[in-house]
Design a protein around this ligand. Sequence first.
Ligand SMILES: Nc1ncnc2c1ncn2[C@@H]1O[C@H](COP(=O)(O)OP(=O)(O)OP(=O)(O)O)[C@@H](O)[C@H]1O
Length: 952
Amino acid sequence: MSELSFAVGQRWVSNSEAELGLGIITEVTGRRIEIAFPAADEQRSYAANNAPLSRVDYSVGEQVKTRNGQQFTISEKHPLNGCVIYQGESANGEAISIHEMDLDSYVQFSQATDRLFAGQIDKNRQFQLRLRTHQFSHRLHQSPVFGLLGARVQCLPHQFYIASQMANCISTRVLLADEVGLGKTIEAGLIMHQQILQGRASRVLVIVPSALVHQWLVEMLRRFNLAFTVIDAERYEALVELDEGNAFDSAQLVLTDLQTLEAHPAMQHDVLQASWDMLVVDEAHHLQWHVEQSSEGYQLVEKLAGQIASVLLLTATPEQLGMDSHFARLRLLDPDRYYDLDLFREEQQKYQQISLLLDQLMAVESASEFAANKSLNKDLAGYLDKTLLKALSSADEFEASREQAKQQFLDQFGTGRILFRNTRDTVKGFPERQLTTFPLDAPESFSPENNSELTHLVQPETLLGENWLELDPRVDWLIDWLKQHRGEKTLLITANAETAQQLELHLRLQHGVRSSVFHEHMTLINRDRAAAFFADDEEGAQILICSEIGSEGRNFQFCSYLVLFDLPLNPDLLEQRIGRLDRIGQRNTVNIVLPFYQNTAQQLLLDWYHQGLNAFESVCKTGSALREQFAERLEQCLQDPADKKAFAKLLKDTQKAEQQLRENLSQGRDRLLTMNSYDEFAAKEILMQVDEASSPLELADFMDDFFDAYGVEQQAHSADSIILQRGDELRSDEIDLPEDGLTATYQRARALSREDMAFLSWEHPLVLSAMDAVISSDLGNTAFCQLKSNLVPAGSLLLEVAFVMHCPAPKQFNITRFIPESYLRLVIDEKGRQLEDQLAEQDMNQLAGRIPKHTAQQMVQVARERIDSLIDSSKKVAVKHQKHLIEQAIGSMTQLTDNEIQRLQHLAEKNSHIKPAEIEAMQAQQQQLQQFLQHAELKLDALRLIIVTEAE
Ligand SMILES: Nc1ncnc2c1ncn2[C@@H]1O[C@H](COP(=O)(O)OP(=O)(O)OP(=O)(O)O)[C@@H](O)[C@H]1O
């Protein structure tokens, strides 16, 4: 490396990120330097005294390219203000003189040859480690499940299916609407993790309700190794005080809450000014929209969604605030598809017909069967274009075009490709729910007036006055019930924060119950402490009393008793409450316990939910629609519980409507949703790929070699687990290993049961940093060995060489996924013959004999010309392969991007809102990708000289 002396205009290369191409120093200020990498469109800033850069200073005789693509051989060099002027002649005799600033930024370096001739010769096993690292890194980047291997989660098919669907989308904009407790947070984590690893996202903004901030923070870290920074009002103020630019730019992964953002216009301003790659909004049903007005939260998310490429909205109850809001959230994700509310409503009527047609199409088994089915052909002609219909009749194209037709159908005429909803019917394995009710006599002081507010009728304590704790029979009932269920953890939910507070205080102080409380007037820290106290197995609370904010998102599946102190008026909210216990990880029957005043509005609401909707013991899919349909009649009944006849009629009508609606949904909307959300066969395939790609034994073997080469100390801990420590001779600071070491396991099952251990997968930060450390360093890029062989005469010199495709491009293009090979391996003899087939890599690794370093160094000096000639021959062969590899890469890129372009073109035929500019932007992106790939070059990454000795 040259001495670090910087001047504006000089060209340098990054030691750790050679893929950025050639950098230009743009600013030198005191102790910092700024450097631009035009090929990758990136900027970096470094401390001048230890910038990981090498000066690029070409010698006379070397061939270089100008930024206009003119190639010339350097004949003279002149210094100018710390920079260099290169002069020479192009192939057609034109004289060229350029400042080094005007050199081509897409450039490759032959560091291996420089090192070899400087006598820096590594060991054979370091050479092998380097090549293996390239192989594994490339295999990982190419894997269809890249980004899905590293999460510390059970491999649940419905979650991996959804995440894998996002792998090939140019932008990821989806509504994750699985039923309560099915793992939407985990799905979002998987997608985020995947996008971050693939380089498609680095700045992520997650917005959640305040009650869930801590839970998200912990889940993201412990399950995905994603370290979010929480920016709440306090932290925001502190950052503003520091005056170091936009507070939201202070971290890459930011977690914040909707309520705080809504209340702080300055935070809204800054969050909108910051640039993000991905937005995640949890419990998105709070984003309320009506034709006349939308909530502050909706407006903010609308602006964010308009400027952020990837958007994930999460809600288990998308229709909780009505169909309009549901439509509006879909519009946030895909305004081209969802642009007209009336049309959207109209479409809903056609779901049954579409679902039927799709079923018929999916039942067809071959192209000939399809061609013979004239009536299906005729029906589909109204929806699909001619080319696709024709392809369905062609044996070669049948399978692929049927899948394409399905996607197109769902996208354009169905519930949409952007909406995923898995249900307990698909996921299976959930425990039963059991309702136990306790009718109580209403106290005399409970005397609602005519037209009391509904909330007072169903939260009767609000009508009992200050002494309600003494008057309300539910309180004594609860004390009794808790005595009888001493060993059982119990979650109690009540609508009101005041009720929760007073009830908890009463239980704790008057009756010595070990209790804890959780409501919106507590600080976030205190809420989390309360939840943790409840979760504690040994010393913890028997009961946690929550206000409604506890009914969303929280994980309480470790307990199996839920006391509903009152009932919400919205069936979706009831489902959210039950979902605290009925979620992945629940091992016991979910016991729903309900004390109520008999013959009052409470009883009626209970009966309506239980007998009308069956909303306690199963997940009610029709709740919000029926609530809308019967709202007025239900209200009348709740106001007048004595009118038993009216309620009986309401119940009967509800039951009838419920059955009818359920049947319609199961044949229409739900059927379409299921089709889009889950494909059992594909999900199995994905899990098989995950299993195969995880290969823990191979990883352990690779990491053993790495630890050895890099000075990481390793000891056995217990079965399947190890302890890692930084050794005294640790080779690189870039390795992501904590100062105080790490206890880790390569086995997923063990990592799930032992959260104190890291889960070492191919995607763990330590493993990724290990691969980066090898690839970006020069370790192992030269070696010299001897080989006993009769293949060529003794004394012959062979060159084993690996060329790696070097393709500078901005990170978000994730260009590596298109590059077909990890490296091109050649073995060349002095006659220019290729021997890599006869001397396969594995055999070479086994047969390579050691040569003492100083002998190797002498041999390199003596045989320099022969070696130069071998290297030249290998480069000539590489150039021939390069063209073909680039063509292959461009082919796979074009196929992928064409699909997206065609989709937009199809949508545009039906939807005038799609602007030609959008399609043009995608075509431009395709062209950009093509340009990057066209600039790809095979770079000589590592070489090993082989001196042949006579075989015995
Ligand atoms: N693949 C998995 N492996 C291990 N645990 C999981 C997995 N998926 C979900 N869980 C656990 O199941 C619980 C429910 O998951 P999660 O919170 O993601 O569900 P959700 O759909 O977001 O719930 P809600 O609808 O209540 O917001 C959590 O405790 C989560 O950690």
